[in-house]
Write a protein that binds this ligand. Structure first.
Ligand SMILES: CC(C)(COP(=O)(O)OP(=O)(O)OC[C@H]1O[C@@H](n2cnc3c(N)ncnc32)[C@H](O)[C@@H]1OP(=O)(O)O)[C@@H](O)C(=O)NCCC(=O)NCCS
Length: 170
């Protein structure tokens, strides 16, 4: 997908994950699932992008559609400073290529996403799933999935969103 090379700086490549990357993605995510920073999920290579440094997977991010227009960026892990933002930008690029209009994140590190151009949104899907408020269609669609999550009762993740540039046909 993209490669960066600067003199004296290791080669970084962000690309679509393959089945061979699944063990490395699981290993990256495991400590953050244990700490509660990242939600557990099935690791299907087709959902993930990985960031590789000198060929080694050191970061990952997953894209999960909520609707045709709205897609969630999740399971973001960076084991090396700088890869977090790189993966967010790559995920946004991939979401544009899929025709999405908005990318969202549910997170405990809202400040990081603010640094990456996201803005807080009013209604989180966990609040809709708990029957506390009504939400717009995309949030309600995610809330139906949250309703089956064993972590719903304690969830307090912040919902942030970033609009995506739409590519117009020539
Ligand atoms: C959050 C995480 C992905 C950030 O990755 P990273 O590679 O360290 O981030 P970057 O170096 O690209 O940082 C980009 C910017 O965000 C800032 N930043 C990084 N982590 C931050 C945090 N936890 N809170 C606030 N700002 C943060 C950086 O200082 C940098 O700021 P700048 O705009 O001044 O340059 C990484 O710390 C991580 O994997 N955390 C554990 C898992 C997790 O919480 N994932 C998010 C779940 S949605």
């Amino acid at each position: 997908m993209s490669q960066l090379r600067f003199p004296g700086v290791p080669l970084v490549e962000v690309r679509a994950a393959t089945d061979a990357d699944v063990p490395a993605i699981r290993a990256l995510m495991a400590p953050h699932i244990a700490s509660g920073a990242v939600l557990p999920r099935a690791v299907v290579a087709a959902d993930f992008l990985v960031a590789c440094v000198q060929g080694r997977v050191e970061g990952c991010v997953a894209l999960t559609p909520w609707t045709d227009e709205v897609i969630e960026l999740g399971s973001l892990v960076s084991a090396r400073s700088g890869l977090g933002r790189l993966l967010v930008e790559a995920a946004c690029e991939a979401a544009v290529a899929r025709g999405c209009q908005q990318i969202v994140a549910l997170t405990g590190v809202a400040d990081f996403f603010l640094r990456c151009g996201f803005e807080p949104q009013g209604t989180a899907p966990w609040a809709v799933a708990r029957g506390m408020v009504a939400g717009p269609p995309a949030v309600a669609a995610k809330a139906r999935k949250c309703a089956a999550c064993p972590l719903l009762a304690g969830c307090a993740q912040t919902l942030l969103a970033r609009p995506l540039k739409i590519r117009l046909a020539a």
